[in-house]
Design a protein. Structure first.
Length: 134
């Protein structure tokens, strides 16, 4: 019990996919280490050939979330900067291939329960079926 309390992350985290087969899906982290890739053993499974079987690992390191490329040469870019590993911050855009990216989201304990930091603003447009003059 005590070990679990000590290792519990300070900030709850989630990812929201911006494109690819998981577009719009949000995945909440269920532990201090989260892996992403094509294989079923990953915490987040992305069924896309541009993603490695084991592509990235996101870990709580005591004072923040880190991300690490565990693939053999596949892309990991944070806010358009290619990196082997990086500290993650709220609203960072993580790109894993030309067609797969997600936004990293945080909720700190002092925030209201049940809500992550606000999602990036999305404009929604309704299709107009007005055909004036035709």
């Amino acid at each position: 019990m005590l070990l679990e309390a000590v290792q519990k992350p300070f900030a709850e985290a989630a990812v929201r996919f911006l494109n690819g087969p998981l577009t719009g899906n949000i995945f909440f982290f269920q532990g201090a280490v989260v892996t992403l890739g094509r294989e079923k053993q990953n915490n987040i499974i992305v069924p896309d050939p541009g993603i490695s079987r084991y592509h990235i690992r996101m870990s709580w390191l005591g004072d923040g979330w880190n991300i690490e490329n565990i693939s053999q040469g596949n892309l990991l870019a944070i806010n358009e900067q290619s990196v082997p590993q990086s500290r993650l911050r709220h609203n960072d855009v993580v790109k894993l291939s030309s067609t797969i990216s997600f936004v990293f989201l945080l909720r700190y304990p002092e925030m209201p329960s049940g809500s992550l930091c606000p999602l990036p603003t999305q404009k929604r447009f309704k299709a107009s079926h007005s055909h004036q003059g035709r």
